[in-house]
Write a protein of this length. Structure first.
Length: 254
């Protein structure tokens, strides 16, 4: 975890692209990215399941193991832990650590759009850190995804999760500079989600953010590129992007 933690520098944030399958991860590493995250939406959609569905637990572990073969540090999005049982979530973290992951994202958002009670989520954080202290636990709070929630609630939750052992906090949807600075003041590395048109990497760096995730954006961009390619061929237009060659792709496969 030490090497991964060292990449979280307030003011010079780690840009973490998120992969949903091995080839994407390998191509990103070939572009020079030292660390990768996974995206629960991409993993779940590839399996034909709802985002973060418990049925995608095994696919998440399998992807982590494949990505860990790369020369990269891998942090795994485990959504809500795929379970409400602290022991089961700790089991998952232990399995991921054994597979070669260096970090996990654990969120307090639930499938019905609600947020887990702070004490319930804190118990999950504590269980994971007790079992796998070597993992960088990025505690995500979905206050800004779950309706009209305040930065005050995000701060309360962030401080509670840090007290439970979290190594960093993640508040996707946060963008207002004053709000960002308030969360940065919590005192651990702060991770924010890149929001096109609302934030820039340079702007977040100036606010003291230590990590910027792309989340499901690369997966959704890939969907747009796939459809754009098929439509361009159908309509006789130029391709929207220049792809890597067949040889480029096979070069990074086992």
């Amino acid at each position: 975890m030490d090497e991964f933690r060292a990449l979280h520098v307030p003011g010079s944030p780690l840009l973490l692209p998120n992969a949903w399958e091995f080839g994407v991860g390998a191509h990103l590493v070939a572009q020079g990215f030292r660390a990768l995250g996974t995206t629960s939406l991409g993993v779940s959609a590839a399996a034909g399941e709802a985002d973060g569905a418990p049925s995608t637990r095994d696919a998440t572990v399998a992807l982590a193991a494949r990505l860990a073969r790369l020369d990269a540090l891998v942090s795994v999005d485990i959504a809500d832990g795929f379970s409400a049982d602290p022991a089961a979530v700790a089991d998952l973290a232990e399995e991921l650590a054994a597979a070669g992951a260096v970090g996990v994202n654990l969120e307090d958002g639930r499938a019905d759009g609600s947020l887990a009670p702070v004490e319930v989520q804190s118990a999950l954080v504590e269980a994971v850190k007790e079992r796998t202290p070597q993992l960088f636990l990025n505690a995500r709070t979905d206050t800004h995804w779950a309706g009209d929630r305040s930065v005050a609630e995000a701060e309360t939750r962030a401080r509670a999760y840090v007290a439970a052992g979290a190594d960093g906090v993640f508040v996707p949807g946060l963008a207002d500079p004053a709000d960002v600075e308030r969360i940065v003041a919590v005192g651990v590395p702060v991770n924010l989600l890149f929001l096109p048109g609302k934030v820039t990497l340079a702007g977040l760096a100036e606010l003291g953010v230590a990590r910027v995730s792309l989340g499901s954006l690369p997966y959704r961009m890939a969907l747009a590129a796939a459809a754009g390619t098929a439509l361009a061929v159908r309509d006789g237009r130029d391709l929207p992007l220049t792809p890597p060659s067949y040889a480029d792709v096979t070069a990074f496969l086992p």
